[in-house]
Design a protein around this ligand. Structure first.
Ligand SMILES: [Zn+2]
Length: 180
């Protein structure tokens, strides 16, 4: 992996994004290195990133909520997660517009640092409980989040479930195709 700040650094081709991510050894120093690389690469461009978005099919997610969306200190935490999984989600759902650093509105234009991203309305549970290995604290943790934070967690975990799920899979046409 490398940083290419003059070019959009994220994987944007669907074939790569559809590759299933494998479980990682959280105690392998390379896993924390990967998470750190992801955190640096994401920078201010996003609030969450899965390793496959850098082309690495491993179950590593970095969450970096931004103060614009999560003004309360407890929610404004950064997590380097290995093997995160959803333990429980609410029955109640909400719909909100999401974008993904890997899904461009104009797929051909990746020469700019921040190309326009596709916006998709996604229905998700309003809260979620996530279990993961915290790579910085070096311990297993369980986290319950609601609202925007819960949405970010579910979006990132979507990237690493089998098969991976992308925001375009939530488009109404896709749902009908899947049902039919
Ligand atoms: Zn995404």
């Amino acid at each position: 992996m490398y940083l290419a700040p003059e070019k959009y650094p994220f994987v944007t081709d669907l074939a790569t994004l559809r590759i299933p991510s494998e479980e990682v050894d959280p105690c392998d120093p390379a896993t924390l290195e990967l998470a750190t690389e992801m955190f640096v690469t994401m920078g201010q461009l996003g609030v969450g990133l899965a390793a496959i978005q850098l082309g690495v099919p491993k179950r590593v997610v970095v969450i970096h909520p931004c103060k614009i969306y999560t003004p309360t200190p407890v929610e404004n935490e950064t997590f380097f997660m290995a093997n995160p999984e959803l333990l429980e989600v609410s029955k109640e759902t909400s719909v909100a517009v999401e974008s993904c650093l890997s899904i461009l509105a104009l797929p051909q234009d990746t020469d700019t640092l921040a190309p326009p991203l596709l916006k998709v309305e996604v229905e998700r549970p309003v809260w979620a409980v996530v279990r993961f290995f915290d790579l910085r604290a070096q311990e297993v943790r369980t986290l319950k989040r609601e609202g925007f934070d819960a949405r970010v967690l579910q979006h990132e975990i979507d990237h690493i479930i089998k098969p991976p799920k992308l925001i375009i899979d939530y488009l109404p046409g896709r749902k009908l195709a899947a049902a039919g």
